[in-house]
Design a protein around this ligand. Sequence first.
Ligand SMILES: [Zn+2]
Ligand SMILES: [Zn+2]
Length: 263
Amino acid sequence: MDYLVAVLVGLGLAEVATLITTVYLHRVLSHKAIWLHPAVTMFMRVATWMLTSISPREWVAVHRKHHNFSDVEGDPHSPHIEGYWQIMIGNVYYYRREANNDNTLQKYAADLPHDRLDRALFSRGALGFSLTGLLLVLLMGIGPGLAAVATLAVVYLLLNAAINGAGHTVGTKNFENDATNLKILALFTFGEGLHNNHHARPAAPKLSAFRGEFDPAWPFIRLLAALRLAKVLSKVDEGWENHRRRIVSEVNPTSPAAASAED
Ligand SMILES: [Zn+2]
Ligand SMILES: [Zn+2]
């Protein structure tokens, strides 16, 4: 029973970590689509440090480079270049390989603040994650505590790997880019599974685009905005007109080509 609770706690924390990743690391820092109140920002910084051990500058730099070179030479983690299972299993290796590249950091994350707290604390990711492990062990006992922290680590890594691996390989497409939409994955990754939509308009604060798609982070962002703890900076539909919707343009019965074919 203790271990069942431990796994559930680990799953819950992995979901919290995934929500913070998509809202803070991805939409706020990487694409500047959302502004957060300083108190929320501080909460996100601490939670990122304790639940993911990620350095925000590194994550942002690797992710922006991924947008610049999606599935061509230079992409830090392309399943088409490295191999599908290499990314699905070893995504963290490819992430670290790029994150250790100082040139990538300088080129893609020079605009990010790096204050004293970052230098003293948040850049020491292993310390933050170890602290979480220690707290879980103190609260739940050694065995269940370690099971909870292991569940958090494995589930978080696998969800991120699925976005970068499956999210560039299997699923459906609304837009003509190399990424894919996986609605089921989007439910567990707070919208990140709608990766085809995201590559079509990276600055959009909301990752769902059409009926039948759901971005679970969007109600959370709207709630923060209603509480004046966040502001949406880019328009929800910004950039759509620049990308042809592949499926509709091919089958839309009201398009001029289809209409003339019926005549
Ligand atoms: Zn991608
Ligand atoms: Zn992005």
